[in-house]
Design a protein around this ligand. Structure first.
Ligand SMILES: Cc1cc2nc3c(=O)[nH]c(=O)nc-3n(C[C@H](O)[C@H](O)[C@H](O)COP(=O)(O)OP(=O)(O)OC[C@H]3O[C@@H](n4cnc5c(N)ncnc54)[C@H](O)[C@@H]3O)c2cc1C
Length: 376
């Protein structure tokens, strides 16, 4: 990290610990949206961190963003997801949208008063995005959209959806920008997820939803859309890491004060080695995330580096948090301590943004090339 990045990290750490940590359990327990946190983070410029200065952002890079997200997730994963989303969806519009779309949406997203979500998954199309069935049919100067989406993070509160659709006449897939309140867009039920509860996911239903032609993103084909996921995957990995780092620190404090056999637990060799293994996983995950994020000089990072970082960080986070729970005994398993919440939040990261199996497919493809079916 450069001296500027260390300063950015210190500042994010201070805000996360003073403003976000105290009410993390509240947002988790109630499923309420942490608006007060979103306002503080917006006022401090985090919502538009990587967005261009000409569109109201701070012009920072993806490495800066993952450093910040780790600190925010340390304190409150639900809140960190809003900063992730503003930067990731804003960046998608910058990279894949038209000039007009950039001007209309990016400044508002950067200001933090206009939330955007990505709507790709459908009841019949998760990992296999090619199966998506939401279709857009051109009628005059509009597209008429029909179909259903599910698991859409922050669907309950987003002002704008970046929706993957299939353009009926062309047989091509692409991205449409659909504003909340558009006729024919219905926000469905809130998904009862085990974690990420302050960032509620919903279904979306499109019933003859009419969207002006100029809401089509200029470069939103399925290939570019999937490529843009690499950016989200670095962020996803950084937030999983933040949760794991928090669990690690809590467990390290705990075993230094709790005594058994007339000495602190931290004196037991078996537990000392667990701590060492946890530390190795955290540091390796951090380096992989930083390497992947740094590969995004502009635009999106390397697909295979992001997949390596996400796979390792998602799994390392779960192991570290599970070990932290073990180190804290029944207290680790109790809802009176944050560890169980961190575990539930971290678990979602291994599924969202492309499962760890899908990441392994991408990594294998980068090593072996595409799979060729034997003939005959
Ligand atoms: C917390 C959370 C937030 C989410 N937010 C969003 C969002 O904002 N927008 C959005 O569009 N979606 C979102 N999703 C949905 C997410 O993208 C999908 O859940 C994910 O892509 C997996 O799809 P699926 O659940 O349909 O599982 P499936 O695709 O049905 O997979 C089931 C299992 O099969 C495995 N599998 C599938 N294909 C392969 C393969 N080729 N090789 C090996 N194994 C395979 C998977 O890894 C998984 O273990 C979110 C999900 C979660 C949990």
């Amino acid at each position: 990290m450069t001296p500027e990045q260390r300063a950015l990290q210190d500042e994010a750490r201070k805000i996360a610990r003073s403003e976000l940590a105290g009410k993390a359990a509240h947002w988790d327990a109630t499923g309420e949206v942490p608006w007060e946190n979103i306002r503080v983070l917006a006022a401090n410029g985090y919502m538009g961190l990587v967005l261009p200065e000409e569109h109201g952002g701070s012009g920072a890079n993806l490495l800066d963003l993952v450093i910040v997200l780790e600190e925010l997730a340390w304190a409150c994963v639900s809140t960190s997801l809003y900063v992730f989303s503003a930067n990731a969806q804003g960046n998608r519009i910058v990279q894949l949208g038209t000039d007009d779309q950039r001007k209309r949406y990016v400044p508002r997203i950067a200001a933090g008063d206009f939330l955007a979500s990505h709507a790709m998954s459908e009841p019949g199309a998760g990992s296999d995005a090619r199966q998506l069935r939401t279709r857009a049919e051109r009628r005059g100067d509009e597209y008429v959209v029909n179909g259903d989406k599910c698991w859409i993070s922050r669907g309950a509160v987003a002002d704008l959806f970046l929706v993957n659709v299939s353009f009926r006449e062309e047989g091509k897939k692409g991205l449409l920008l659909v504003e909340r309140g558009t006729d024919g867009l219905e926000i469905g039920k809130v998904e009862p997820l085990m974690g990420h509860r302050g960032s509620p996911s919903t279904e979306l239903h499109f019933k003859d939803c009419r969207v002006p032609l100029n809401q089509r993103m200029s470069d939103g084909d399925l290939g570019s859309s999937l490529m843009s996921m690499s950016f989200s995957r670095c962020c996803n990995a950084a937030m999983a890491l933040g949760a794991a780092q928090r669990a690690f620190e809590d467990a390290v404090d705990y075993i230094q004060t709790r005594e058994a056999y007339s000495k602190p637990l931290a004196d037991l060799q078996g537990l000392r080695w667990m701590v060492a293994d946890m530390k190795v996983k955290l540091e390796a995950a951090r380096l992989l995330i930083h390497r992947a994020a740094a590969s995004a000089a502009s635009g999106f990072p390397s697909e295979s580096q992001a997949a390596v970082a996400k796979t390792f960080a998602n799994e390392a986070a779960l192991q570290v948090i599970s070990d932290a729970m073990q180190l804290m005994g029944a207290n680790g398993y109790s809802r009176e301590y944050p560890i169980e919440r961190l575990y539930r939040d971290a678990r979602g990261f291994a599924i969202a943004g492309g499962t760890t199996q899908i990441q392994r497919n991408l990594i294998a493809r980068s090593v072996l090339g595409r799979r060729v079916h034997a003939q005959g």
